[in-house]
Write a protein that binds this ligand. Structure first.
Ligand code: ATP
Length: 362
């Protein structure tokens, strides 16, 4: 059987320097509907009307990831990221649409597609705690049909790749969270897949372990892997991803480069202010700020409101701010100038306001 596009990720393939773009993962018009609620056997037998609501968890999503590219999938809780990852990973059947991995149709040929896919799902349940790191990888190598003559070599390489060689013969229950996450990644890499799906791979990791994880992913990209990474860590996405796709309520609300995404925010700079309103309710303060400035994230605290104000020049804004606030009976207790970040993009696209803030950028 031919295997389109098969070129091991860890075998030194330099895909990223290829001049043409080669789509390794192609998702087209994928939708997944769930039924929310219960329908009991008694209701069925009585022929009672089905009152379960349909949830459009993923709603006509199209997305591609090229060879040597890292695409970040962002979105609020419940946006549909994990559902999409599971569909690509052949763990869920979509209601509609098609997914191709290295030109293999995932729905028609799931087993063949899985050979090209390395999957790391959210949480660290992917490895056996009562086995050593090495034993885990030997087991998963066999499950992925790595020829027995190659298992030793592959396990050694994967351990080296995630820097676990020194702890390979320790039981996983003695590993730290970061080590378990790296073992999970080694598990996903064991059969040298060309496409990697990583669902929140760095959640729960300290900054050093997170940075180490990103180093490994950059190495994979360098060797031509196509990586789709679902994450809530916007700084990580900004640092690591060539492109981002923002999912909101099951739909792609934006896809493009981080720089393109930033043009969606009304301003190139941001002044973060914390404002106190004396006797004024924080909801009123938040409303006033939204009415007078281009406001992004607004957080209401007990006695103050923290807001991100967009502008072209933070020094101009800092000059006019005290007078405007004073006239409204408000006072800035803290200000901090900065650049627009992916956090601003996220809030601009998904329109989420922490602490009940409201109002739209002007
Ligand atoms: N098995 C299920 N049955 C019914 N609804 C489900 C099921 N799994 C997920 N959902 C719903 O589908 C929507 C998308 O969920 P999903 O877990 O894919 O989102 P997510 O973006 O991964 O969220 P998070 O960031 O919290 O992990 C949510 O509204 C969720 O409640």
């Amino acid at each position: 059987m031919t295997e389109p596009g098969r070129t091991g990720v860890l075998d030194g393939h330099q895909g990223s320097s290829a001049p043409h773009r080669e789509s390794m993962l192609a998702i087209e018009d994928v939708a997944k509907d769930y039924l929310r609620g219960r329908r009991t056997l008694v209701q069925r037998l009585r022929g009672a009307p089905d009152q379960r609501a349909v949830v459009h968890a993923v709603d006509e999503v199209s997305l591609a990831v090229d060879r040597g590219e890292v695409v970040g999938m962002l979105g609020p809780n419940g946006a549909g990221k994990s559902t999409l990852v599971k569909i690509i990973a052949t763990l869920l059947v979509p209601t509609r649409g098609s997914v191709r991995v290295c030109d293999v149709d995932v729905l028609a040929h799931p087993r063949q597609a899985r050979r090209h896919l390395g999957v790391m799902l959210a949480g660290d349940r992917g490895v056996y705690w009562k086995l050593t790191g090495r034993e885990n990888l030997e087991y998963f190598a066999a499950l992925h049909f790595v020829p027995s003559s190659q298992i030793r070599r592959r396990v050694g390489e994967a351990l080296e790749e995630v820097r676990l060689t020194g702890s390979a013969d320790e039981y996983v229950e003695r590993y730290s969270t970061g080590m378990r996450q790296r073992l999970n990644l080694a598990r996903a890499l064991i059969h040298e897949p060309e496409v990697l799906l990583l669902d929140e791979p760095t959640s729960g990791l300290d900054p050093v372990s997170g940075a180490e994880f990103r180093r490994i992913v950059r190495g994979l990209r360098q060797r031509g892997a196509a990586v789709l990474i679902a994450t809530h860590d916007l700084a990580e996405a900004e640092d690591l991803c060539d492109r981002i796709a923002v999912l909101d309520r099951g739909r792609i609300a934006f896809q493009g480069s981080v720089d393109e995404a930033k043009t969606l925010v009304p301003g190139s700079s941001v002044l973060t202010v914390e404002v106190e309103g004396g006797d004024q309710d924080t909801a009123e303060v938040a409303a006033w700020l939204s009415a007078h400035f281009r406001v992004g994230l607004v957080e209401r605290h007990e006695r103050s409101v923290r807001a991100r104000l967009y502008c072209e020049s933070t020094s101009d804004l800092m000059a006019e701010l005290p007078g405007k606030l004073h006239a409204a009976g408000l006072r800035a207790i803290r200000t901090e100038a900065g650049r627009v970040s992916l956090t601003d993009v996220f809030f601009s696209i998904t329109d989420r306001r922490a602490g009940g803030g409201h109002g739209h950028p002007q």
